[in-house]
Design a protein around this ligand. Sequence first.
Ligand code: SAM
Length: 224
Amino acid sequence: MRAGALHGPAFDALCVDVEAYYAGKLARYGATPLGVDWSCEATQHLRFVKLLAVCDFASAFSLNDLGCGYGALAGFLAAHHPAAAVDYLGIDLSRAMVHRARRRYRRRPGVRFVVARGCPRVADYALASGIMNVKLTQPLAVWEAYVRAILAEMHRASRLGFSVNFLTRPARGAPADQLYCPDPSMWERFCVDELGCRVRVLRDYGLRECTLLVWPGEAGARGR
Ligand SMILES: C[S@@+](CC[C@H](N)C(=O)[O-])C[C@H]1O[C@@H](n2cnc3c(N)ncnc32)[C@H](O)[C@@H]1O
């Protein structure tokens, strides 16, 4: 399925490489945190907690999970927010991931998965956990153009807000040249100045990462 500015020659080769990378992880480790390149379930879940802070759980909402992997967030929502009425769409560019996710959450009401590289529907919220971390051998300028396109795509497809996480420094022994560890204030500025959103940056929660919570709002107004 095609969606927004993430299609076109500039990103096609990049996405082929990204898909091959994650398909390799899945083939090796299966539908487990390691199979989506996370070290363990505890940190995978901590990321979900931070990203879901963008959502207002007081009422029902629809959610696009961009880069859903094998759908761990769908399981997390069922376990940790059992009363929440969430219309969940998991989206992944990897067919293998979506195949696993569909098998895992077969016949789960309100849970669907689709192969795509952007958001095929507008929803109340979108979140993306880990999709901008591994740039492989892409030049920095190409990767940052891709990050810009992802943020713009999530903004376009989210009525009430979206959230993303970024690495801030690589783990010891990780291939630092293949990871993307930006200064998050750069993307905070992008969301405020270019997208006209309000942003809150979550840091210091025990991972080498930060989370951006982004709500549509008056241009230039930071924080909540
Ligand atoms: C680090 S894994 C995280 C999976 C899941 N979010 C989780 O936390 O369990 C990143 C996933 O995003 C997918 N992905 C990367 N870029 C994507 C894009 N532009 N559109 C859709 N999926 C993408 C990859 O195929 C991979 O399954």
